[in-house]
Design a protein around this ligand. Structure first.
Ligand SMILES: [Zn+2]
Length: 315
């Protein structure tokens, strides 16, 4: 009999990442397909079912097939973790709202199915297999197109009423700031997401009269920041101040042992984490600061599939 393993599926706006992950957190088999959200939810769900079918067949083809115990799925948007249904959809997939993900997958495969938000599963990856394994209280922030969050308190994921807890990107850090899609003003997401950083950078370049025909994205901002270009330093100072204001509020709310940061922006490296930690320390109660560390997520871009699969062991 092979090692115990689970299927993990990470549904994003541009790609669906599928894997078979063993009970030590190691990826045994992996498959990536493009989401093509413009073709609608039904098409996305059939790609997902097809992908799982192929992975299970590949597993059977291994000399010693892993023993599959469940299927775990993480999806962008807000997911009702009780029913595995989408309750707030991302724009990238047409008709994604109210898609009964769990029900559809359960009807196709004879395994237990777990569905949660894509950032909640990153926290599950940390708790099961990552640097969060020995921790009981920590928070994850995912800096992607938007800013997502997840909270582990007393060793368990905080879900709130239906799974919506941990929307840390919508902590307001400036009550006079610009309006956010959520209805609030000056949300963290407006300054620290890929989209937010790009908007800050393009405004800065326009203000300096340096705006080229090509607009800059967050990757370009980070590259220019590392080269010490003044405009990018100005932008990253805003990003780091915004993030540290948000993280300080999060630390004061949850008194965590760690704040894990993942997603594209966190790939800015050590320099970024050092600058961020300095600024958070300056803004945080010393007793709270003494017990907390700010660090990158353990599995980087694989966090989503590993955490999705890990739901099978986290219950
Ligand atoms: Zn908001």
């Amino acid at each position: 009999m092979g090692i115990e393993a689970a299927v993990g599926v990470d549904i994003g706006g541009t790609k669906i990442n599928l894997a078979i992950v063993d009970c030590t957190g190691k990826i045994l088999l992996q498959k990536i397909v493009s989401t093509q959200g413009e073709l609608g939810a039904e098409s996305v769900m059939s790609k997902l079912v097809e992908g799982i079918t192929e992975l299970l067949a590949s597993n059977q083809g291994r000399s010693v097939p892993a023993r599959i115990i469940g299927i775990g799925i993480g999806s962008a948007g807000q997911i009702d973790n009780r029913t595995g249904t989408v309750v707030h959809a991302l724009d990238a997939i047409d008709e994604w709202l109210y898609t009964p993900i769990k029900q559809i997958v359960e009807s196709k495969f004879a395994y237990p199915v777990f569905v949660d938000n894509d950032v909640n599963v990153i926290a599950v990856a940390e708790k099961c297999f990552g640097a969060g394994k020995s921790l009981h209280h920590f928070v994850c922030l995912a800096l992607g197109t938007g800013v997502g969050g997840a909270i582990i308190q007393d060793g368990r994921l905080a879900h709130g009423v239906y799974g919506g807890a941990g929307e840390l990107g919508h902590i307001s850090i400036d009550f006079n700031g610009p309006r956010c899609v959520c209805g609030n003003y000056g949300c963290l997401e407006l300054y620290a997401s890929g989209r937010g950083i790009a908007a800050l950078a393009n405004a800065k370049l326009t203000e300096n009269g340096e705006s080229s025909l090509q607009s800059v994205d967050s990757r370009k901002v980070i590259e220019s920041w590392k080269r010490g270009e003044t405009w990018a330093c100005d932008v990253m100072q805003v990003v780091i101040h915004a993030l540290s204001a948000g993280i300080s509020s999060i630390i004061h709310t949850f008194n965590p042992e760690a704040v894990f940061i993942g997603g594209g922006v966190s790939e800015a490296g050590d320099e970024f984490f050092q600058a961020l930690s300095c600024e958070v320390q300056r803004r945080t109660h010393s007793a709270m600061w003494e017990v907390v560390r700010i660090m990158p997520t353990t599995f980087g871009t694989h966090s989503g599939v590993i955490g999705a699969a890990a739901q099978s062991w986290a219950r």
